[in-house]
Design a protein around this ligand. Sequence first.
Ligand code: ADP
Length: 257
Amino acid sequence: AEAELIRAQRFESLAMLAGGLSHDLRNLLQPLLLVGDSLQDYQHDPRLARLGKLVRDCGKRGLDMVHSMLSFARGARRAEQVRLGALFSAFDLLMQGSVPRTVTMELAIDDPELTFEGNHTELQQCLLNLCLNAIQAMPGGGHLRVEAARVQPAEDFFRPGEPSRQCCYLCISVIDDGPGMEPAVRERLFEPFFTTKEAGTGLGLLSCKRIVTSHGGVMRVGSEPGRGSRFDLYLPLEAPAGADEQMDDQDNLEGSA
Ligand code: ADP
């Protein structure tokens, strides 16, 4: 389970890196391709035309590579029917062996039969990231509670810029009674590579946010020093019109949390 976990985490970081990189690369390569394209038809100077063709061919190869990287980054984002009970039992299984004896873990699901559109693997990864964070925050032991319930957010729940929908949401909460976070840490949680751990990647929460955002949902963090932390994921239970596009949208990498 440990190796599987590390592999999944690596994959997710890689997908994120690939997504971000290919985006930037594409923007760099497109003008190059254009220049090469117009130079290769330059009649007055065959040498320049040959160079133009070289630039064009390299640019074309680069763009092809970028496109395959983009499809890799998107690969993990296929929409399917996720059953809450299945999500939690798969997650429970993966957690076995990662929960130290000093930590008690409790799962509380309202309705295991609840089914919604999303990506099982991604959501599982998201839960894992949050729970491992919680466990790592409680080296001396503590209590970890994961709950899932259907909620109807109030109208003023959403912040400007967040996708808000008049529908029911599934709220999955990961709650620990660890040391909590100082405001200075809380503010930087979603910065890439921000970590307070010696061997941390600082990508875990960012990748959670990416996953929640790509599901059309929002994330909330509640934490105070000495009072534990909670991470709430709100996932819409009704797919909006054009949901397929949303799951596919690479420009969504930096959605809001
Ligand atoms: P990493 O786990 O590699 O450090 P994350 O993005 O998952 O990267 O987390 C960033 C930082 O947020 C952590 O280094 C830690 O300081 C803080 N953090 C995350 N979850 C918790 C938690 N449950 N309790 C206390 N601090 C947390």
